[in-house]
Structure formats: C-alpha cells, structure tokens
Design a protein around this ligand. Sequence first.
Ligand SMILES: *[C@@H]1O[C@H](CO)[C@@H](O)[C@H](O)[C@H]1NC(C)=O
Ligand SMILES: *[C@@H]1O[C@H](CO)[C@@H](O)[C@H](O)[C@H]1NC(C)=O
Ligand SMILES: *[C@@H]1O[C@H](CO)[C@@H](O)[C@H](O)[C@H]1NC(C)=O
Ligand SMILES: *[C@@H]1O[C@H](CO)[C@@H](O)[C@H](O)[C@H]1NC(C)=O
Length: 432
Amino acid sequence: MRVVLKFALLLSLWCTVRCCDDVLEDHLATKSPYRFVGNRNHSRLSFAGCEPSKAWMLIRHGTRYPSDDYVSAMQSRLPVMREIILSKENGIFRSDRDSLRKWKLDFGEEDAKKLTAEGANEMVEIAERMQSRLPEIFSHIYSNTSYNFKFTSTQRTKASAYYFAKGLFGKPTAKDVHFPEPLKQDPILRFYKLCNKWRKEVKHNPKAVKEATTFKAGPMVKKELTRIAKKLGVHEKNLSFDDAHYMYMTCAFETAWSRKKKSPWCAPFDVNSAKVFEYAEDLKYYWVDGYGHDITYKQACPAFGDMLGHLGDTTSPYPKATLYFTHSGTLLKMLSHLGLYRDERPLRHDNYDEHRLWRSSRIDAFATNIAFVSYKCGNEISLLALHQEHVVRLPSCPDSDLCPLSKVRSYYEESLNSCSFDDMCNNTNSNN
Ligand SMILES: *[C@@H]1O[C@H](CO)[C@@H](O)[C@H](O)[C@H]1NC(C)=O
Ligand SMILES: *[C@@H]1O[C@H](CO)[C@@H](O)[C@H](O)[C@H]1NC(C)=O
Ligand SMILES: *[C@@H]1O[C@H](CO)[C@@H](O)[C@H](O)[C@H]1NC(C)=O
Ligand SMILES: *[C@@H]1O[C@H](CO)[C@@H](O)[C@H](O)[C@H]1NC(C)=O
C-alpha cells in the first residue's frame, strides 16, 4: 500500500514537472492561465562569485475578462449553441450536458477586460516567488527609491501592479505604494501604439495576417469543424468557424478563471481540435506581434534600451526593481526583439505539422513575464534572463545562464545604437 502511494506521488510529481500527457488545457493559446506555464520552483537564484543587484521586469496583466465585443458575442451566440446541442439526443455525453444546461455567463459588459480573481492570484504568487528567489532585490520592506512600478492606463494593469505589490509587501503596505499616473501613450510600456508604420502596415492591414486567414479557411480547420459538429450531433453546415471559435475561447477563459470548475465549453474539443485552433492563434500572433514583419520587433528597442539603462547603470544601486505592467503585444514584441522562440522557418498556413518554438500557450499566457536580473561578478556585470520565471539563455550567450553585459551590448548593438523609433515607424512630426 505504501509503495503504491509513493509511486502515485512520484508519478504525479513527475507529471507536474514534465507533463506526460498532451492535454487540451495545454493548447488554449493567449488565454491560457499562468498556472500551466509559470516556474513554481522558488529557490534562491545564486551564482558563485556573483551578487544579485537589480531587476527589470515586463509583466503581462493577469487573467482577465473578455473584451466587450466578445462578451456580447458570447451572450448572443452561446445560448443559441446550447439550445442546438441540448436538442440533439446523440450529442456530447451526460455530465457535460448537465453542466451545459446549468451554465451561465456570470459577468457583464461592465466587467470587460477587467482583472479576474485568478489574475490577482497570479500576480501575488509571482511576486512571492520572485522575492523568495531574489530577496536582495525584492525586499519585503517598501521604499519608492528601491521600487519603480509602472502600468498602462487600464484597469487590468493597474490592478495587476497592486496585487504584485500585495505579494511583496502585504495588503496594508500595498495600499501606500506610490504608482505614477499612467501615460495614455507610454513610449516604453506600449511603444507600438505610437508606431505609425506598424499600425498601418501590420496591425490594421488584413494582408498581414493572410497566413492565419488562409489556415482558418483551409482543410485542417474544416476537418476539425466536421468532427466537432459530429460530436455535438449537429449538421456541419450549422457550425460556423466563429461559433466554434467562441466555444474554444470560452473554454480557454473559463479554464483560466477557475482552478476547480471545468468549463462545459471544453467538451466539444479534444487535444487535436484544440491544437488546430491554437495554431490559428499562433499564426495570427506570429504575423502581428512576432517575427512575421521586421518593424514589429525592431520597434521594441526603446524598451530594450530602458532595460539596459536600468541594469547597466553602475552609478546608483536604485531603483532595485523596475516593474512594468503591460500587455501581450509588448511581451511578444520584446521576446522577438531578443531573438527568443525564433523558428527557422516562418509559420505558414501549410506547415502546421512542423515542430515550432512559437507557441502562444507557452510564451504568451496570461501574466506572462520577462525578468532581467543583473549580477555583480567581481568587476563585471552579468545579466540573467527569466521567462515565465524559468531561466532562458539569450542568443548572446547560448552556453551560459549568466551573460556578461559586454556580450549583451555587442550582440544587440543595432538595437542599442540605431534605435530611431520615429524614423523606423515613419512617424511625422504632426502625428507624434
Ligand atoms: C530549483 O531551483 C534551484 C535553483 O535554480 C535548483 O538548484 C534546484 O535543483 C531546483 N529544484 C527542482 C526540484 O527542480
Ligand atoms: C516617491 O513618492 C513621492 C510621493 O509620495 C513622489 O513625489 C516621488 O516622486 C516618489 N519618488 C520616486 C523616485 O518615485
Ligand atoms: C440548421 O439549424 C436550423 C435551425 O437552427 C435548422 O432549421 C436547419 O435545418 C439546420 N441545418 C442543417 C443543415 O442542419
Ligand atoms: C511615410 O509617411 C508618409 C506620410 O504619412 C507617407 O506618404 C509615406 O508613404 C510613408 N512611407 C512609408 C514607407 O510607409
């Protein structure tokens, strides 16, 4: 009996470390909750002969509610889908039918995009672990010379900053933390809002996402739609891509919101269909926020420069921690600027089967974060990079965790020396 128990324990431990099964929950794209990707090992991050000195973090807000157009689509389409599904005898199995019958959307348009309770938990927990890894930097005593918090002008990043502070200092102090008034257009936290070329040629250009559009209209998606329709017991002509996509997104959001409750909207999907919907999302983000177009990641140089400005400055030990609460668009462009998760071949509508590094479920979950930590090693400063709290190696130092500042500076020379944002973005004086 004890042996069996021990074995079960070991197995479950092994599964949480390196998960054995490929599961649906691992393919929810940018609406994945952080608990599936974050590193929960909060041991001290120490390197022989080196002392941690400062940190700079870029943090996507935690799990949020959908946007208002999504909320209204969910309110109008999901009950219709439910009627259709429940009217079919041979649809999805019984327990799911019951929870589908009882399902309701228990928030409204007024909650659109707001941080959820799970989003708050995510922030508290990341803060606690960062403090435990690097107590020299993330002191539990607050001072506004040590800490530099910033967020964008949105409720979800503001609330994320507050809960992060709560994780570091506790509730009474978190209320007194100095947060500067957010800028409407922040050139570091949300640089892309100021980049005309990117907005015109990528963000608002349907051609920029043609790979995703082609994929969505293609045979892989059609095959999955047919399978899903069959599972639901409806005719395939009565299942549009949009309706299937609302169900997939609701499955993702509801999985993110609650650690315990299972969303009935996940029932129509299995790993294979979730992977196909995930790929449609990955394609979109690759071409809008990732490697698809040069301007997308080149324009992240002001944020990269801000990081090196803080960590490379040896004239002052303050601020110890610079913490920026922002959005998926910033995190993805920064990852691409750094050269992380770069696939040899661009993602296209017809290379779904190739192994890829660019997986939004892993690299762009809610609360996604990149941290740079500077260490003083003798007379030299080295940087450690963390993504989702896991150590990642920068392309400037593929063979070591710590990367000397000199190497970072020479590898990213172009970013540091040729960062003329307004030129690359074709911003004219009139619309600056
Ligand atoms: C946790 O992280 C520490 C420091 O990085 C490492 O030495 C240790 O092996 C890790 N523990 C586990 C269980 O992975
Ligand atoms: C510290 O907080 C005060 C207000 O309490 C503010 O005026 C000052 O600018 C802050 N200093 C820094 C470095 O943020
Ligand atoms: C689609 O659904 C409508 C009503 O919801 C029904 O009248 C129609 O017959 C269905 N079409 C197919 C092809 O199942
Ligand atoms: C740059 O902006 C100007 C004026 O807005 C426009 O005429 C021109 O075509 C743009 N150039 C590029 C390369 O986008």
